[in-house]
Design a protein around this ligand. Structure first.
Ligand code: NAI
Length: 300
């Protein structure tokens, strides 16, 4: 079955280069009308340029339909205007890929609060801004596909990226609640954790890896996750042609009888608490609470 996006309107943030550009080009090639958003700044978030415009020209040259937006995802009012224009010109907004991002890497000891603040502003609050700007439209039309961009740093950690990791895991958390709130309106929300050779990673990857990890190798996962038959509430890793899922799991744990509910009781039960045998993947916070209640009932 060919996955097509004919008739769909997609917004891709940070699509002036790297992964976002690759997503935008392929969405357009498969029939979507695409808003290419990009501030066009440098890797650390300073400055701006016409990066979005260049990608729009590429899409048009290939026979596709696109409009550019050079605003920052950190400016909510501007994002509302961008969404309103897409809706006015093209009738709907069906797909949102929150992809814009910057880096301000430093060990936490050396990281200034401003570096933490801006990275969270762009990744986490920026994604919340654009998502909020499309949310009512998607609810009203009972159709929406939203993709957040996390990272292995958010899921698993990485030296020198405390600000980035915090923002990225925040995005996985945002997805988990939006998927619940969007379900009844046919809004599906997923998270992608890509690995790709872009300007973000050009001085991190050795040259031979940089060439293998093309943005185009991430595109199949991203496009599937915003397609009509997309799953929801998934965290998907993609890079160099390899794909996998990541889950937030819960061990069965144990319920301690009242007299043993002490730090010493927890220490004594530690091996059982962390034993992964029989672990589950709660689909909501409520499911986690139900599991706790069950464990208490088993205690009597
Ligand atoms: P990139 O630097 O090529 O692309 C990011 C784009 O976002 C740039 O074009 C930039 O101008 C734009 N941008 C930055 N701040 C913006 C703002 N305030 N408003 C609008 N646009 C803004 O880097 P890449 O690798 O393509 O990154 C895309 C996303 O993937 C980012 O969220 C990044 O954190 C994430 N990611 C990338 C990985 C990789 O291996 N390349 C690994 C994990 C996550």
């Amino acid at each position: 079955m060919t996955i097509k996006f004919d008739g769909r309107v997609a917004i891709v943030t940070g699509a002036g280069g790297g992964l976002g550009r690759a997503y935008a080009l392929e969405l357009a090639r498969r029939g979507a009308r695409v808003v290419v958003n990009d501030l066009g700044g440098s890797r650390d978030g300073t400055g701006h340029s016409d990066a979005a415009l260049a990608v729009v020209e590429e899409i048009k040259a290939a026979g596709g339909t696109a409009m550019s937006n050079g605003g920052s995802v950190t400016e909510y009012d501007h994002m509302v205007e961008m969404v309103a224009k897409a809706k006015a010109d093209w009738g709907s907004v069906d797909i949102l890929i929150n992809n814009a991002g910057i880096l301000r890497d430093k060990s936490f000891a050396k990281m200034e609060p401003a570096d933490f603040d801006l990275v969270v502003q762009v990744h986490l609050l920026g994604s919340a801004n654009v998502t909020k700007a499309v949310w009512d439209i998607m609810r009203e039309q009972a159709y929406g596909r939203i993709l957040m961009t996390a990272s292995s740093t958010g899921l698993y950690g990485n030296f020198g990226q405390a600000n980035y990791g915090a923002a990225k895991l925040g995005l996985a958390g945002l997805t988990k609640t939006l998927h619940l709130e969007g379900a009844k309106y046919n809004i599906r929300c997923n998270t992608i954790a890509p690995v790709a050779g872009t300007r973000m990673t050009e001085d991190i990857f050795p040259p031979e890896l940089f060439e293998k990890f093309t943005p185009e190798n991430v595109v199949p996962a991203a496009l599937y996750l915003v397609s009509e038959d997309a799953p929801t509430n998934m965290i998907v890793g993609a890079g160099a042609g390899a794909f996998h899922a990541a889950y937030v799991t819960m061990t069965p744990g144990i319920a301690l009888p009242e007299g043993e509910r002490t730090p010493e009781g927890v220490a004594a039960a530690w091996d059982k608490i962390i034993d992964r045998k029989g672990e589950t993947v709660p689909q909501s916070g409520a499911e986690q609470s139900m599991a706790v209640m069950k464990a208490l009932q088993a205690l009597g």
